[in-house]
Design a protein around this ligand. Structure first.
Ligand code: ADP
Ligand code: MG
Length: 341
């Protein structure tokens, strides 16, 4: 099927918390098209989060296991255009028959049906025909069915019949895994800190994440040059906005507490528990070196302490960095994370 793009497979669709349900539902549907309660299967989520990839992967998987199945992938936009053309050319029956003969229909971006009542009517009939004959319908959309505006109620109610599964923004680990996969596919390896930098900073869209990587890889082959963090930052200026975002004490506090797995508000409390004191002192130390705040402001922020407490904290941290290798490693790790932002 020319409409299916063989590059979109389950194999190269990285799994994470962000897509686990959608991915496994897709996999179930691919194993038994029309034979699960996930009919229709509706995959929804924002731009660039992997809807098309997953929808295509389902189609490819079905063709791989069951080559005789008739699978059609069509964007909603294209479907609407075909409908208009068939009206013009008086071939509406051919149009409907073509789709009704399918075993599996994958329609991408159904939010584009909005306002197109006649096309929705036709699709409503095609949908009913396929569904009643036990054929599989797979849909994608930028919103959950209940939030889709401009679609007829009866069509929306059909969309809610099966399973709706959303795709969310991948977390850091998943983003890194996606980048690694991409590098592996291109046979190029970038330094870990560059990969982490990209994954840290492009955190809302997989397409942009890949775009940044493609751009880095392209420039590295062009210049036949190894890319280090400084060069990557330079190259990715267009992808990454506000690179010189100011570091706040709040942010330092958050990073430190995440790192040591202590509750955020504890560093501001009066507790003398060892790990809390440590988190508090490191937070103060980093605030002194990474923000323009005065000792007084830092003390006040971390639980209403005075400036001498901050001085003492900074001294303690500096001493420990000199004498305790493990401690030095902690501070170094956190500083690295700070610089990523
Ligand atoms: P959408 O259709 O939701 O706008 P796409 O399916 O076009 O998003 O995905 C954008 C890009 O990101 C594609 O190149 C796709 O292969 C890639 N992508 C998205 N999610 C993943 C994932 N989980 N693993 C690997 N690549 C992904
Ligand atoms: Mg898409």
């Amino acid at each position: 099927d020319p409409q299916l793009n063989a590059n979109y497979t389950f194999e190269n669709y990285i799994e994470g918390d962000c897509n686990r349900l959608a991915r496994s539902a897709g996999y179930a549907v691919a194993a038994k098209p029309g034979g699960t309660s996930f009919n229709p299967l509706m995959i929804y989520g924002g731009v660039g989060l992997g809807k098309t990839h997953l929808a295509q992967a389902i189609g490819n998987e079905i063709k791989r296991n069951m080559p005789d199945k008739l699978v059609i992938y069509v964007s909603c936009e294209k479907f609407c255009q075909q409908f208009v053309d068939s009206l013009k050319n008086n071939t509406i029956n051919d149009f409907v028959n073509f789709y009704q003969a399918m075993d599996v229909i994958i329609m991408d971006d159904v939010h584009n049906f909005a306002g197109k009542e006649k096309t929705q009517d036709i699709f409503f009939h095609i949908f009913n025909h396929l569904h009643q004959s036990g054929k599989q319908v797979i849909l994608s959309s930028d919103k959950a069915p209940k939030d889709l505006a401009g679609l007829e109620e009866r069509l929306l109610s059909r969309f809610k019949w099966g399973l709706s599964a959303d795709l969310q923004v991948p977390d850091l680990e998943t983003r890194i895994a996606i980048l690694r996969k991409k590098m592996y596919a291109d046979g190029i390896e970038l330094p870990a800190e560059v990969v982490e930098y990209v994954a840290h900073n492009i955190d809302n869209n997989v397409r942009e994440l890949e775009g940044a990587m493609v751009s880095l890889l392209a420039q590295s082959t062009l210049n036949k040059k190894d890319i280090d963090l400084a060069l990557a930052k330079q190259m990715l200026k267009n992808f990454i906005k506000n690179t010189s975002k100011e570091i706040s004490m709040e942010y330092i506090q958050k990073l430190v507490c995440e790192y040591f797995e202590v509750p955020v508000d504890m560093v501001k409390s009066q507790t003398r528990k060892r790990e809390i004191v440590q988190a508090r002192q490191i937070s103060m130390y980093l605030s002194k070196s990474h923000t323009k705040s005065s000792l007084k402001t830092i003390g006040a922020f971390f639980g209403g302490r005075d400036h001498s407490t901050v001085i003492y904290a900074c001294q303690t941290v500096e001493d420990l960095i000199d004498t305790d290798k493990k401690f030095k490693g902690y501070v170094h790790d956190i500083q690295k994370k700070l610089k990523m932002s």
